[in-house]
Design a protein around this ligand. Sequence first.
Ligand SMILES: Cc1cc2nc3c(=O)[nH]c(=O)nc-3n(C[C@H](O)[C@H](O)[C@H](O)COP(=O)(O)OP(=O)(O)OC[C@H]3O[C@@H](n4cnc5c(N)ncnc54)[C@H](O)[C@@H]3O)c2cc1C
Length: 442
Amino acid sequence: MGGPGWPRVAVIGGGPGGAQCARRLADAGCPVTVFEPRTRFEKACGGGVPARGIERFPFLRDARLPGKEIRQCLVISPSGREARFPLDDPLFVFGRADLHALMLERATASGARLVRERVISFRRATGGRDPGAGRDRWILRSAGTETDPFDFLVAADGASGGTRRRLVTGARREDVSQGLGYYMPRVSEDFITLKFYDGLHGYLWVFPRPDHSSAGICSTLGALPAADLRKLMDDFLRVRYPRRALDHAERYAALIPGAPREPRAVPVQGEGWALLGDAARFVDPLTREGIYYAMLSGDLLADALLRRRPEDYTEAWSRACAPELSWAAGHGGRFFDTRFIERLVALCAGSPAVARVLSDLIAGKQSYRTLKRRLLLSAPRVGLQLLSRALARRRGRAIRKGAPITPARGSSSTDCSADDSCRAAAFQRGHGIRDSDRGRTP
Ligand SMILES: Cc1cc2nc3c(=O)[nH]c(=O)nc-3n(C[C@H](O)[C@H](O)[C@H](O)COP(=O)(O)OP(=O)(O)OC[C@H]3O[C@@H](n4cnc5c(N)ncnc54)[C@H](O)[C@@H]3O)c2cc1C
């Protein structure tokens, strides 16, 4: 499929976004050069990839990529209420060094050229290889040498790379999160933990990998001093895990960009260039998930370039993800609202229907935009499940005083003091559901 007509493409950054784009271009015979100084490195990250990501990029199940397939989630509300529920579609957790190495390997195996250097600067040069075309080309400088001109520049240098700032502008402070955490050696449970805090626009996670766990916490940049955020995390981990797990843990801290409320406010491409992944702020502003979006944007950009219509990239991204991510950017306050989380955790503990909604959310199969609607539509079933659970509990109490109660299928709670049927009613009140509304589309 290759040929002399293909543009020469330079990709700055060989993370999941840049490497995926390079692989796709190289597969089609397009001459592509990836500038990436590190062939293997552990980027600060949870490393969680939801089922949606594995379905789109099945090669992530490559035997060379050790990962952990997680089928259970423990969620803890701000007040400490806990619910454990099954993940119908597993979450995959990878070490970033392994993922980085595999993706770069795949790009070079397809014919992408890897330059193991950091790009220090770049400039436009009129003309280049084909002066008759009259289009600008790109000349990059790395380690003191200048490259030959490239026709197209892909900025995939992540959240702290400088390319975005040179081409458009930096991110607004309120669209950036701080993330910090630990790699905890020898801690590798069979479930992920998600812990929420009162007033925190973010959450704490523990993601088990094959031989360690990546534990982290995130919040909007500047909302809380980093030391306070670190303390929340330390306090939680010291109680949950043996002290030595934390003592031998390696710390990390990094910035996480978030998709803006107005996706078109800042362009992600221009004449002869495009941003992707973190450089384009293609990150879920609620979960801070970005690996899938980086790879997807790499795919979409490669598709547009291979169709020789690079200008289609923005539109393709807008159709695929922008509405969902900009909705998320505008509704963070409601999503992290303490009362909402408390109710959700309580309901999740007693109702498989609610647990399934959360499972789909984690798998990336439940849109934020229809989340409330789905919860409302499942209210009658939730009510029945909670009621039958409450009745079973009472029956159990009457028959065998003090005997343990069998939890609802697949979900359980360790701190559910409130009466379940009251919780169902509270849930309906909280969401403005009257009995006559049940089952109706809001
Ligand atoms: C604490 C934390 C936890 C996270 N947890 C998750 C999670 O569990 N799941 C998830 O999906 N996402 C998570 N993310 C987000 C995820 O890490 C990113 O969205 C994802 O890595 C973006 O991929 P990328 O290819 O755009 O950029 P990156 O992965 O950042 O790759 C950029 C690459 O560019 C290279 N580079 C930088 N500057 C230059 C230069 N001048 N020249 C050449 N190369 C350069 C770097 O070496 C790097 O390899 C987390 C992020 C953080 C900070």
